[in-house]
Design a protein around this ligand. Sequence first.
Ligand code: CU
Length: 151
Amino acid sequence: MQIVGKNVKLGSLLVVVSFAVFSLALYGGAKLVEEKQPAPSPTEEADTTPFTPGGPVEVRIVAKDIKFDKRTITVPAGAVVTVIFDNRDAGVLHNVAFYNSKKATESIYVGETFPGPEVRTFKFTAPSAAGSYFFRCDVHPDTMTGTFVVK
Ligand SMILES: [Cu+2]
């Protein structure tokens, strides 16, 4: 009789504990869903602000055989961009420089020029206005070029 009583008590304890765990899990799940949902609708936000500052982004660019590994770099407007520039050309100077246009008269950010093999990381803030900009290696401006897309 006593053994049965203990088992019943243990059983109800288990029920209480598992209910508590289940409720916590449910609460946690609900919180996650809540956090993932964007507050205002994208169209409304576009009406009130000219741009939406993006979160920080990371861009990896490889220079090899006097070429970049990408023709296009896309980042959110106003985002802090971390560029990981991997120069794999031994003894060859390269850099990555961002400009307003192909004329390269107005710079957005000019990365330092250094010989490979070496990886250097730098940060800059993307333009707040969406658009199609330009990037290149200043040492090889004819062959190492690309489109810098801000959106
Ligand atoms: Cu170069």
